[in-house]
Design a protein around this ligand. Sequence first.
Ligand code: SF4
Length: 241
Amino acid sequence: MDVKETAWLHLERVYDILLATYGEPPWRPDMDPLGGLIGTILSQHTSDINSGRAYRQLVEKFPTWEQVRDAPTYEVADAIRCGGLANVKAPRIQNALHTIGEWQEAKGGTKPLSVFLRDELLQQPYEDAWRYLQKIPGVGPKTAACVMLFNLGLPLMPVDTHLHRLTRRLGFIGPKVSANQAHLIFLKVLPPEWAHTFHVDLIQHGRTICHAQRPKCSSCPLYAECAHVGSVEPQDTILQA
Ligand code: SF4
């Protein structure tokens, strides 16, 4: 993708300001994309504390993902009860595990499911790996990007509703660009080593200053770089309309 010089310079200035304001967060991928995926399913509609507890209870009761897949669904649901919506999440988890198992079977492989998934993802270009993950039932673009970034250390920046709002306000993407499309724009434009810091610092910025309702523009360090307040022109900053 060809990015105009003005848009690139704007992106660079925003990155530098975020870094100076919020710092560089630690990035320690655990190389366990399957664990990340199950953790994400468990985190739906509950707090981090509850989903973390449910995850720990699940892996204590079933030491391998194959055991989770093959157990009676009510036993999996019992193990994750403290995370809420157990009767919905247990079949969802087992469905995902069955799908990955079938992919491996089709290739005649015998690796543990977690190793199979990791190896499959690491041997593909980033965009293909992102799309591959989305073929697992219940996995959308954002979850797939989270697994790639946080579990595998691959530079695909997850774009949730907060990042979508912020990147539009700052003038990086046009009003018609969806969050799903934004994943690919940033994959092509961001230097790989920026993806994690950019994501984490923008989330932090959205939480503390650039709220959905009544953003605190008068105390915003990005005020001079924001299309929303008119300090930059969208035609100069847009990465893709
Ligand atoms: S100036 Fe306002 S709208 Fe723009 S990034 Fe800052 S808080 Fe958000």
